[in-house]
Ligand binder design. Sequence first.
Ligand SMILES: O=P(O)(O)OC[C@H]1O[C@@H](O)[C@H](O)[C@@H](O)[C@@H]1O
Length: 154
Amino acid sequence: MDFLHRNGVLIIQHLQKDYRAYYDFLNFMSNVGDPRNIFSIYFPLWFQLNQTVGTKMIWVAVIGDWFNLIFKWVLFGHRPYWWVQETQIYQNHSSSCLEQFPTTCETGPGSPSGHAMGSSCVWYVMVTAALSRSVSPMDKFSVTRHRYAGGRGL
Ligand SMILES: O=P(O)(O)OC[C@H]1O[C@@H](O)[C@H](O)[C@@H](O)[C@@H]1O
C-alpha cells in the first residue's frame, strides 16, 4: 500500500506545482460537480426541465453515495494529507508537503474519494443530458431532409 500512497503523493505534488495556473478552473469544476449540490440545486432544477434527467440525478446521488460508503468500509484507506505525516518511509523528516483545501479537510477514510466519485457522476449526467439536447435537433433536421430528398426522388 505504501507504494500506492507514495505515487499518489507524487501525482498530487505534480498537479499542485505544475498545474497551478489552472487552479481556478479546476476548483470551479470541482465545486460545480460537488455532490451536495445535487439535492439543493441540480435535482429541483433538472426535474423542472426534464424529469428523466432529474430522476437520473437523484439516483446517481443515492447509488453513488451508497457504493462509496461500502467501498470506504472495505478499503478504509488513508488520506494522502495525513499519510505523509505518519509514514516512516521518508527519511530524515524529508516528508512531502501537500497543500490542503477546504474540500480536502475531511476526517473519514479517504479511499475511494466520495468527492471524485460523486463529481464524475454529476458531470456525466449533465454532459450526456446537454449532448442529447444538442444532438436531437440536428437528428430531426437530417431525418426531415432525408425524407424530403427521398420524396422528390433525389
Ligand atoms: O470522500 P471524500 O473525497 O473526502 O469526499 C467526501 C465529501 O465530498 C464532498 O463533495 C461532499 O460535499 C461532502 O459532503 C463529502 O463529505
